[in-house]
Write a protein that binds this ligand. Structure first.
Ligand SMILES: [Zn+2]
Length: 92
């Protein structure tokens, strides 16, 4: 699907519709010492191949695209998702 790089959206900070730049969202690195990670490792690396959570054998092939919308006026950022799974999103 083709998607524009700019879009007019409501900005919570400006309280009006302004131009927003859309960039693809990329997740940052997870913290190794976060409570959830510590618990997960404690449970998984225990004994002979211990596994405590269900792991899906068939993975979904597509992802829902997530963008970061940045207001041109005040640089406030907010997430913007297309609510459908698709293979490819090209911005032009
Ligand atoms: Zn704004």
């Amino acid at each position: 699907m083709k998607f524009p790089k700019e879009k007019k959206m409501y900005c919570k900070k400006c309280h009006k519709h302004t131009k927003h730049k859309l960039k693809e969202f990329k997740a940052g690195k997870g913290r190794t010492l976060a409570q959830g990670n510590v618990r997960h490792e404690k449970n998984t690396n225990h004994g002979y191949g211990g596994r405590y959570k269900y792991i899906a054998t068939v993975k979904k092939q597509n992802k829902t695209p997530v963008f970061v919308a940045e207001c041109v006026d005040c640089n406030a950022k907010q997430p913007y998702t297309l609510e459908k799974r698709m293979k490819k999103v090209t911005q032009e």
